[in-house]
Design a protein around this ligand. Structure first.
Ligand code: BTN
Length: 253
């Protein structure tokens, strides 16, 4: 019988299904945050850290990320290079994730939110960096909702893989596939974004949007895709301007 519960995370099962190699696959039952774990430990190894439950999961823009037990994939991948990550990294990984999941009606809301039917958030990335000596530590955090409880309290529209596909995903198999595809990009240093692929998933394209900045200011414009550097292009008064950071929302007309 197929169980409707999520299977337990298992480092050996993940490793055995992967083509690429990592130094360590660490699995925790309960940890404050997998990203914070790597920020605190500062060990120069290529590792992944997964948690069944995060008590203090971090989201972008200083928000928290609800990470209940037995509900999702809460993982961080630690990588090292002698440069900081390129500005396209999050977009490239988001594109790869959408292609890996291969479920209809999935799209990307710049810069790297994975959404279903344009507005229900399924997954998000939090990329953090730190310099350790001559090396740059890249911490790639991914939160992917797999099968959440009904009463999940979040102040944004959300969904999970079970709701949109009717399937209970095997977390170890899914983790192995996702990591393999991420490692393919990282090993090859292939950070270029294919504009046609981006356009296929870009849910903001030609929509009126508001871009909110961390200093509380905001700008309105029409979203016109992305630049080669992954910046959001906005048409503002017949001029196209590119923005590398900010939190975007679609303006309701
Ligand atoms: C977002 O706000 O969209 C980004 C969410 C990122 C959440 C993941 S869950 C695993 C990793 N550890 C954290 O504390 N955050 C990221």
């Amino acid at each position: 019988m197929i169980s409707s519960h999520l299977n337990s995370l298992n480092a050996i099962q993940i490793r055995d299904q992967m083509k690429h190699q990592l130094d360590d696959i660490l699995v925790f039952e309960n940890i404050p945050s997998t990203n914070q774990f790597f920020l605190d430990q500062a060990i120069l190894r290529k590792q992944v850290c997964l948690a069944n439950f995060q008590s203090n999961g971090k989201g972008r823009q200083g928000k928290s990320w609800l990470s209940p037990p037995n509900s999702g994939l809460w993982l961080s991948l630690q990588w090292f290079e002698n440069t900081p990550p390129p500005s396209t990294l999050g977009l490239k990984l988001a594109l790869t994730l959408v292609e890996t999941l291969n479920i209809s009606n999935l799209g990307i809301k710049w810069s790297n939110d994975i959404v279903w039917k344009e507005k229900y958030k399924l997954a998000g990335f939090l990329i953090e960096t730190k310099q350790i000596g001559k090396q740059w530590q890249w911490i790639i955090g991914l939160g992917l909702n797999i099968k959440m409880l009904e009463n999940h309290q979040v102040n944004q529209l959300w969904t999970d893989l079970y709701r949109i596909s009717g399937k209970v995903f095997d977390r170890n198999q899914l983790t192995a596939q996702i990591l393999d595809n991420f490692l393919e990009i990282l090993n090859k240093k292939d950070f270029e974004i294919d504009q046609a692929a981006w356009k296929k998933y870009d849910v903001l394209f030609q929509k009126p949007v508001v871009l909110h900045f961390s200093n509380q200011s905001s700008l309105e414009g029409i979203a016109m895709g992305i630049s080669e550097q992954g910046a959001l292009k906005l048409q503002i008064n017949n001029e196209i301007k590119a923005f590398i950071s900010g939190d975007v929302s679609v303006r309701l007309t």
